[in-house]
Design a protein around this ligand. Structure first.
Ligand code: PLP
Length: 482
């Protein structure tokens, strides 16, 4: 009998194994992942209804790009685009088709929106006989990493408005000051990743209109509504952040965040046909009928699109409103619970994406937010700690994203566990680690600041590298000896 060899991490096995065995091996290994529902770091949906799970499985074998073969799927996609465009108040007639597309997420949506702005700006500059080699984009320093990716991949300079202590989003006044003739757009965020705060798109629009009038430019606005796009229309309907503002030319939203679909779906909507340069849209003929596409990838699954459509018609405006109100209430339960401990500053706003961002008022004995985060893992909670963006890097926050599946019971339980962690931290001795520059006086003794996370990380990496090199050397010796 041939005994199965243990699975190598590097090479595909030579032989097959029974399907039941393969399933069990992978299933067991995956048990060591954390539980998605307790992952409070993520905005992305981890629970849908069984009926939508069923639809997802029924469509898992359909490639979305085969539009001629799966015309109904294409039709459902287009209905999603129309419904979302109406939600964002696109200037459309009742039965007019909106301009937009489903993507893998907001990142792809933002690449497409950014490309459209870059091309429009270039075309205009060319027509004016002006240089068009140095486009830039103005954002807050609090932008999500995908904007930095867009800037680097597509060679656009990223001009970031710095944030400051007490104000953690893009200041519209400073953003407009930064705009010049090479600015392809200003990107505002509806729901900052750091603290959920909505940027003031209305003020940005008004200031930019004024500047455009003075200069003769027509710098547009993009709204990154990755997290807020499915919240504001339902619980803050009067807030003007969308196509009601004339300079807002495109908006992205993540279907897999508050659109309540599993990971793998985003949307980008343009205000009008004129805002998407025709030459970026491809007309392809080889799969049957002619299709027009504007995406970065060709093939992709249909399931997420169908799941989005399911949510839109199953929940309707009423359902989304109830869920978002509920998320907001749970955020308030958590916020008030944290305030009651008297130990935290709250850095999120009551009005915004249901996120609670908080930092320690006083770091007793040098114990900081990173330790709170680490100790919460013992209870199964994933609550990330991270520094604020420039120029507020000296402030560290803990952030909890309240998703639809996070119940009030869990919110109360989390407050309890955070309180327990604070008690445990208070009982720990003060941090005493070597490190020269940042000494703090503490009574008679000298308290030395703990190693930075970067230093710790570097140490661990070095340790592992040495360990792996040593293991390889031992293996080589053994092979040479045999
Ligand atoms: C999550 C997020 C993104 C990236 O979205 P994906 O859908 O994960 O690609 C971009 N911007 C903001 C503000 C976000 O919250």
């Amino acid at each position: 009998m041939v005994l199965p060899k243990p699975t190598s991490e590097y090479k595909m096995p030579d032989n097959s194994i029974p399907k039941e065995a393969a399933y069990q091996i992978i299933h067991d290994e995956l048990l060591l992942d954390f539980r998605p529902k307790l992952n409070l770091a993520s905005f992305v949906t981890t629970l849908m209804e069984p009926e939508s799970d069923k639809l997802i499985m029924e469509s898992i074998n359909k490639n979305y790009v085969d539009m001629d073969e799966y015309p109904v799927t294409t039709e459902l996609h287009n209905r999603c685009v129309n419904m979302i465009a109406h939600l964002f108040n696109a200037p459309l007639g009742d039965s007019e088709d909106a301009i937009g597309v489903g993507t893998v997420g907001s990142s792809e949506a933002i690449m497409l929106a950014g490309l459209a702005f870059k091309r429009k700006w270039q075309n205009k500059r060319k027509a004016q006989g002006k240089p068009y080699a140095n486009p830039n984009i103005v954002t807050g320093a609090n932008v999500q990493v995908c904007w930095e990716k867009f800037a680097r991949y597509f060679e656009v300079e990223l001009k970031e408005v710095k944030v400051r202590e007490g104000y953690y989003v893009m200041d519209p006044v400073k953003a407009v000051e930064m705009v010049d003739e090479n600015t392809i757009c200003v990107a505002a965020i509806l729901g900052s990743t750091y603290n959920g705060e909505f940027e003031d798109v209305k003020l940005l629009n008004d200031l930019l209109l004024e500047k455009n009038n003075q200069t003769g430019w027509d710098t547009p606005i993009h709204v990154d509504a990755a997290s807020g796009g499915f919240i504001a229309p339902f619980i803050y309907p009067e807030l003007e952040w969308d196509f009601r503002l004339p300079l807002v030319r495109s908006i992205n939203v993540s279907g897999h965040k508050y659109g309540l679909v599993y990971a793998g779906i985003g949307w980008v909507i343009w205000r009008t046909k004129q805002d998407l340069p025709e030459e970026l849209v491809f007309r392809i003929k080889y799969l049957g009928a002619e299709q027009s596409t504007f995406t970065l990838n060709f093939s992709k699954g249909s399931s997420q699109i169908i799941a989005q459509y399911y949510n839109l018609i199953r929940l309707g405006q009423e359902g989304y409103r109830n869920i978002m109100e509920n998320c907001h209430e749970n955020a308030m339960v958590l916020k008030e619970g944290l305030e009651r401990t008297g130990r935290f500053n709250i850095l999120s706003k009551d009005h915004g994406v249901p996120v609670v961002a908080f930092s320690l008022k006083k770091k007793n004995g040098g114990h900081d937010e990173f330790e709170v985060s680490e100790m919460l893992r013992r209870f199964g909670w994933i609550v990330p700690a991270y520094p604020m963006p420039a120029d507020a890097e000296h402030i560290t926050v803990l952030r909890v994203v309240i998703r639809a599946e996070f119940s009030r019971t869990l919110a109360e339980r989390l407050v309890q566990d955070i309180t327990n962690v604070l008690h445990d931290l208070d009982k720990l001795p003060p941090k005493l680690v070597t490190g020269e520059e940042e000494k703090q006086e503490n009574g008679g003794g000298v308290l030395v600041k703990r190693k930075s996370d970067m230093e710790t990380q570097r140490e661990i990496t070095t340790y592992w590298r040495n360990y792996v090199v040593a293991q390889k050397a031992i293996k080589r010796q053994k092979v040479a000896a045999s």
